[in-house]
Design a protein around this ligand. Sequence first.
Ligand code: FE2
Length: 388
Amino acid sequence: MDKMLLDPFSFELPTTIEYGVGSLLLLPGKLRSLKAKKVLIVSDEGLRKTALIDKVTDLLEKENFQWDLFTEVEPNPKDYNVERGAEKARSSGADCIVALGGGSPIDCAKGIALLATHGGRIREYEDRSRIGEKVLPLIAIPTTAGTGSEVTFGAVITDTREWFKFTVKSPVLGARIALIDPEMTLGMPPALTASTGMDALTHAIEGYTAKNAEPIGDGLALYAIELIHKYLPSAFRNGNDIEARAGMILGSVLAGLAFSHSDVAAVHCIAEALGGKYDLPHGVCNAVVLAPMMEYNMDFCREKYARVASAMGFSFDSIEEGSRIAVRETMKLAEEVQLPSFSSLGIMEKDLEELAANSARNGSNKDNPRPMNKEDYLGFLKDLLKKG
Ligand SMILES: [Fe+2]
């Protein structure tokens, strides 16, 4: 008897997903359906230098929408980015937010949509009971294939007093509409394709093996693993390969749906501790920890790892062999897309205690398949630093 079949679960999705090459063109109609008149576009300085923002503003101009632009979103978005953005939303009289970019602008936009109507400081809403029903409606347009934030309910924000990443999470924060247009990712440079792609793979593998995983998320995660394993190397080698870009952005959406309905786990706990402390790219932090953590968790989810190997297209004679293949192939993929090693990130021995403590207090630690406390994280991090 499969025990999971008898476990209750619920699956909620407040986001309408519009997927397709050219789906960006649906934006004006979607804004009208939300009765929006004044739009605040939330993006970042990197995108300001590309043609992507112009694509959006040209559409809005053509259809006579008023708009304003907020691009003060830093990587690993900071609490003060959200607070400044909310001031801008209020002063400009915005009635809708359009988030354009990777995880940082989309997460920041969720915080802005919340603070614009609730006031206060973003850290207060880590306590989700403080989040009421009324937030500004959000349309999310991802330009990377990694975060999944366009379909998740959470925003990860850095508290700059503690240099600790915290999560604000509620279905109310989910985008009302996600426009998933593979063309919007064509210009991504190879290193960003690699790090964001490995973030998406981490979402799928952690979402699938998290303690509170449920069957709908499992189905989504396994297909996400198949797509990301198949298409990440070609998207990395040739950024203009539209089939590979489409496979990756679809994989990242499916992975986002999976983990937002279950959870991420210890890889993200460490990645968020590293991102909070050293401001390192989130995808790189995940990529360097993913395969070693799979090895560490192995005895607690062998069967699931074997299914990960199947999703990657491998056949094998035993669960033991399949689970080893999943770890090996994950490591190979990170090498193939030239992600750096753990020891090259500048992580200092003297910081490991603090990193271990922050990993253990992360809200997702409870969902790692293998129970881990601060000492376990410390031992794991010491080993990883030694191995390089
Ligand atoms: Fe992530």
